[in-house]
Design a protein around this ligand. Structure first.
Ligand SMILES: [Zn+2]
Length: 461
């Protein structure tokens, strides 16, 4: 999510017309020199710190050589022998408890271009807008034991990157991508079996399904006495199968060697400390704090911290009304439902946190009932108006005046002599009928508790 590319000043933004965001450097013209974008290093350091990696004060760049039409230089600049960061971890919450997944390394590299195939014509086009867009590659240890764990691990990485505001997390646009290696081994054996690599999995669901399929495929081969071939495979979501893309024999020999155009990358301890000071509270810490500070459930805390803006919104509602639990219920319930129906996110929410907080205050004061609030929040969402304005305009205030309500109760009883007789004759269920009639007569504005009390008094137990 840097403004410019990793080694030149071209815009790194997604979605421009093909090849409009290119220059001699990212086009790989002869004689040009790459200049490293400082922000890329800063972002990678942030992720490294967030995942408890050890940051190498000196790292270097290598050329990863391969031929492909979307790679004009014939090599990709990446880090190889000495990556920026190593040996970190992330914790995931599995059904069997917390589990730690180790990270081998985090390095920075440039993206390649993109081939666009014309299905109607026998031709392909090259779009180099992506060439030179910065990437950080996170390589995990082989600690994952199931497709579910793989999905949890990816979600944790994704969430962290988005919280750090170093990646927009958009998987369709290729901002977050995943390659997964999978191998089977007999129970009790230390060494991993031959692996297959699944490339370009672009959703959490695809990762999980593809891995489930691969486990079955490899198990079938092994159980029938065959051998798994080391290869790269692709997931075909429509057919629900993985397909061989290239085998080891055709696999690239990247011939990595140090990039002579780029000097070693030095970061100093003081700067790392400076970057560390800018790290936001991460999702897991936030979740734990919400449970501790607001007394809400871990599940609710999980929903409310899904994104930083949502968490910030919730905290603002709490500040406005001082009621963390009702605030949690309204935000994760009605408000998120309305936003989901609109496919909108919290930043575009027409109900301000202050307004929602005020609405919760009105419920607590007894001015409106929870039921009325359900309609009120819809109206607030539709119009963006404050709850008090809507209440005034629509005359929504709850009737808590006991004398006024008593008159309505008496009228209702007088108007229903048959039901009264049946109730007195033992048909207890009719109590609810009277409550309903009073609510109807007051257009739902009567305080339910008060209606109950008054009816009990008039009708007897
Ligand atoms: Zn450029």
């Amino acid at each position: 999510m840097t403004k410019s590319k990793i080694f030149c000043g071209c815009s790194a933004e997604f979605g421009a017309a093909p090849n409009t965001r290119t220059c001699p450097v990212c086009l790989g013209m002869p004689g040009v020199l790459p200049v490293l974008n400082r922000t890329v290093v800063e972002f990678a350091v942030k992720m490294a710190l967030a995942t408890r990696c050890r940051i190498n004060l000196m790292s270097n760049f290598a050329r990863k050589n391969y031929f492909y039409p979307d790679l004009p230089k014939g090599y990709q600049i990446s880090q190889y022998a000495l990556p920026l960061a190593e040996k970190g971890y992330v914790d995931i919450e599995t059904d069997a408890g917390e589990k730690r997944i180790g990270l081998i390394r985090i390095h920075i590299e440039e993206d390649a271009g993109k081939l666009v195939h014309d299905e109607h014509m026998p031709s392909s086009y090259v779009d180099l807008n992506r060439a030179g867009v910065p990437l950080i590659e996170i390589v995990g240890e082989p600690d994952i034991r199931s497709p579910e764990e793989a999905a949890l691990y990816l979600r944790r990485l994704h969430e962290t990157l988005v919280y750090l505001e170093i990646c927009d997390g958009n998987m369709e646009e290729g901002s977050f991508r995943c390659d997964a290696n999978i191998s089977l081994r007999p129970k009790g054996r230390e060494a991993f079996g031959t692996r297959a690599e699944l490339k370009n999995l672009n959703s959490f669901r695809h990762v999980q399904r593809a891995l489930e399929y691969e486990i079955k495929r490899q198990a079938y081969i092994l159980e029938s006495g065959g051998e798994v071939v080391q290869e790269t495979r692709l997931w075909d979501d429509a057919r629900g199968v993985t397909l061989s893309m290239r085998s080891k024999e055709e696999a690239h020999d990247y011939r990595y060697f140090p990039d002579p155009d780029l000097v070693a990358l030095h970061v100093d301890e003081a700067w790392i400390q400076e970057v560390a000071a800018t790290l936001p509270e991460l999702p897991l810490e936030k979740r734990e704090r919400f449970v501790r500070e607001y007394g809400i459930t871990a599940y609710d805390a999980g929903v409310l911290t899904m994104t930083r803006p949502l968490a910030a919104y919730y905290e603002e509602v709490v500040r406005a009304c001082g009621k963390p639990r009702p605030a949690a219920n309204w935000v994760k319930g009605d408000l998120l439902r309305l936003l989901n129906e609109d496919r909108a996110d919290i930043q575009a929410c027409p109900v301000s946190a202050a307004s929602l907080g005020d609405m919760i205050c009105l419920i607590e004061e007894g001015a409106i009932s929870g039921k009325m609030a359900k309609d009120l929040i819809e109206e607030m969402y539709k119009t963006g108006k404050s709850p008090r304005t809507i209440i005034e305009e629509k005359g929504l205030v709850q009737i808590t005046d006991e004398d006024a309500l008593a008159r309505v109760v008496d009228e209702v009883i007088a108007a229903n002599p048959n039901q009264l007789a049946q109730y007195r004759g033992g048909k207890d269920k009719l109590f609810g009928y009277f409550v309903g009639q009073v609510m109807k007569a007051t257009q739902g504005k009567a305080n339910p508790q008060l209606v109950n009390d008054l009816l009990q008094k008039r009708l007897g137990p």
